[in-house]
Design a protein around this ligand. Structure first.
Ligand code: FCB
Length: 449
């Protein structure tokens, strides 16, 4: 039997602009266009210039998503496309989504900063936050009559860590702890965007944050301190300001690079109440204090530079996705309970991303893609959400990452997260077995409100 959810629980699927749209010629360049063109940055030198050509195939894609019976579709706007004057695409997209019986849940910013803003300092420049507010105004004035739910920013923590602290994602700054101002300016952008959305009467506003339990490798004080610091930097730096109105430590406050009085004014704005809190979950993290002489390179997909006071080590797990990510469904229950306990102000949660990459075979002679491992992954994680609900956490929805196979950032097209298979040569779409399983699970729920 499928896991059961309370009446009114919303099911959805998620995507993001750079990963699916393509049509690079009709927009200005983003930091991801620059990063992918630099060479040696993405597996096989791949990029998102065509991606899965969603820009031209959106009508077919939206119909496929709607046919699964989901209520919500989360996608993101391409800021460089909007800057180039093409809001018309999102106008048509939103109409198509609504016409298919779905609720559009757009994200304003999912990592594809316009290159011209990067040239002016990117997220290290406070002014970028004000530019995001202007861009928010453009979108909400054009679409606010039809879009009810808005997500401001996607995973500010991952963007800051991979793109600014490390150099694994665009814009590849490699600043270490010097990246904290990039985090602060994104949080400020979130706060300003909420303000603009509210001014335009937006009914439901939230944010999408990646969260994960962080466990020390041993119970020694050194490992516990290293894990606490890592979790402060990657989890709580991006949720405490929103849900508590302050940073988790003095060190991080100071690192934000903003004079105290201004920082306090920023935090006032950043802590504005939200209607929902989006949680993206993939896997937990295990941290130890660096052991003298131990070589950590290659232990994980991302190398933390020498000299950092923490080292990620592989989580103990018997099962991994084909991306190498540990499969730990209980980590989702755990992080939801932790968020509820940490934040008395936590609004209803929506799982805005959860899913797995498996290197699925192309459709067989029967025309099907048999992805049992993805079904098992999603089933276990949905049960973990149901467990959190039983434990008293209010969770109002769950969106699978992703609707379609797409461009998985630095991993290129090797990693397939979709419920819908995409042949990257012909761009043909084929629903996988997991898509039909998800459709059946949704059909087996109590009636929606
Ligand atoms: C998340 C990103 C999303 C996708 C998944 C696999 O961190 O928000 O765009 O790449 O990981």
């Amino acid at each position: 039997m499928h896991p059961q959810f309370p009446p009114g629980f919303r099911f959805g699927m998620s995507t993001s602009a750079y990963q699916i749209e393509g049509a690079a010629d009709s927009k200005g360049p983003s930091i991801w266009d620059t990063f992918t063109a630099a060479g040696g940055t993405v597996r096989h030198g791949q990029d998102g210039r065509v991606a899965i050509d969603h820009y031209h195939r959106y009508a077919e894609d939206i119909q496929l998503i709607a046919d699964a019976g989901v209520q919500d579709y989360r996608f993101s706007f391409s800021w460089p496309r909007v800057l180039a004057g093409d809001v018309g695409f999102y106008d048509r997209l939103v109409d198509t989504i609504i016409g298919a019986g779905l609720r559009p849940v757009p994200t304003l910013y999912h990592w594809d900063l316009p290159q011209e803003l990067e040239d002016a300092g990117g997220w290290m420049n406070r002014d970028t936050a004000h530019r995001l507010a202007d861009y928010t105004g453009t979108l909400v004035s054009r679409l606010g009559d039809r879009v009810r739910d808005w997500i401001t920013m996607n995973e500010m923590n991952v963007h800051t860590l991979y793109g600014y602290a490390l150099a694994d994602h665009a814009p590849a700054r490699g600043l270490g702890l010097g990246a904290l101002p990039a985090g602060h300016h994104q949080l400020l952008a979130h706060g300003l965007a909420v303000q603009v959305l509210r001014t335009h009467g937006a009914r439901s506003v939230g944010v999408a944050s990646q969260h994960f339990p962080v466990t020390p490798a041993t119970e020694t004080p050194e490992d516990v301190a290293a894990a606490t610091l890592f979790s402060d930097l990657t989890n709580w730096t991006f949720s405490d300001p929103i849900l508590l109105g302050d940073y988790p430590s003095e060190m991080i406050r100071a690192g934000a690079g903003t004079p105290d009085a201004q920082l306090d004014r920023d935090l006032e704005l950043i802590k504005a109440p939200l209607d929902f809190y989006g949680v993206n979950y993939y896997e937990p993290t295990m941290i130890e204090a660096p052991r003298a002489g131990k070589d950590y390179s290659g232990v994980l997909e991302v190398d933390i530079p020498d000299g950092m006071p923490f080292s990620p080590v592989p989580v103990k797990s018997d099962e991994r996705t084909d991306f190498g990510w540990a499969i730990v469904p209980s980590g989702l229950t755990e992080i939801l309970v932790t968020l509820r306990d940490r934040y008395p102000t936590l609004p209803p949660v929506i799982i805005t991303e959860n899913g797995a990459s498996f290197h699925d075979a192309d459709p067989g002679p029967d025309g099907r893609v048999h992805d049992e491992r993805r079904i098992a992954y999603l089933d276990a994680h949905l049960r973990a959400v149901a467990d959190a609900i039983t434990a008293g956490v209010r969770v109002d929805g769950y969106y699978v990452w992703s609707a379609l196979d797409n461009f998985e950032w630095a991993a290129g097209f090797d990693e397939r997260f979709g419920l819908i298979h995409v042949d990257f040569d012909t761009l043909q779409r084929t629903p996988k077995d997991s898509y039909y399983w998800y459709r059946d699970l949704i059909a087996a729920q109590p009636p929606q409100n």
